[in-house]
Design a binder for this molecule. Sequence first.
Ligand code: TYM
Length: 326
Amino acid sequence: MKRSLSGIQPSGILHLGNYFGAMKQFIDTQNSGEYDGFYFIADYHSLTSLTDPKALKDNTYNIVLDYLALGLDPKKSTIFLQSDVPEHTELSWLLSNVTPVGLLERGHSYKDKIAKGISPNTGLLTYPVLMAADILMYDTDVVPVGKDQKQHLEFARDIAMKFNQQYNVDLFKLPEPLILDDSAIVPGTDGQKMSKSYGNTINMFASKKELKKQVMSIVTDSTPLEDPKDPNNNVAKLYALFASIEKQNEMKEKFLAGNYGYGHAKTEVLNAILEYFGEARERREELAKDTDYINEVLYEGGKKARAIAQEKIMKAKEAVGIIGNL
Ligand code: TYM
């Protein structure tokens, strides 16, 4: 069976971009029965940008709830916290010694942050090395992610090749990204890529009131109600995530015909979101009451992941000549 692995940073509340870009693929690959899935919460990664301990704890717990509510099943997939498998950071160190600084300095995400004026810490620069460790640890075949992670996957492949070559071993498998064309870049309420840092997110588990506010904030132009409108406007683009082709076409025709306002279309989007995530929203409320269950899922997942990681790190240490004495 092929192995699928991916992670999400607990740097905020999950949004439609995380869902359609990544999580939906986690669940679809799980339910296809063709993959052995490993899905974790990249809590160490989030330290590169999040400095509020309470927020980190809350976000972490919330993402586990999201994973489970949306359909990740701990009987089928291994769900765990990155920090519960300290071998990830250990492997990251080994890999950092075959990773040129120049490679990391070319990172899009790193460069974007610098361009925004963020003074980078070392974690931000070496972020892709830890990500490579996450992936290479488990002989991963595919990594379901959004397009913004494509370069990080290329780095993971480069680092794996470099290590195998340098130490003349065949220890690390080269992973393939799994990026869907339709949802590679999910747009936000302003048409740019949906991202917490742009403040343009729609959070599927927000309260109905908040969700309505987010949907109503979708940016539109000022074409008068009675006039025809661009059928590929921001509202229609977001509707496309949920609606069947027929429904999408219906909306496009209404826009082209005129006498169809953005407000109406936004209400259709809101209803589509509530319908699409209705069951998951209910399930999440139930799950939130059962902290013991959540802890048990993480405990079991962490144990299973760690057993694999411990074997791999032994081999990696052996390859580089670290003896270890315990
Ligand atoms: P993160 O936490 O930023 O995002 C989680 C996933 O959501 C996807 N995503 C999007 N996809 C499409 N459109 C969008 N607007 C959008 N916004 C977010 C991201 O592409 C990602 O797949 N580096 C990773 C976390 C990570 C990881 C890993 C992933 C750490 N180790 C190992 C895979 C394998 C990240 O920052 O994702």
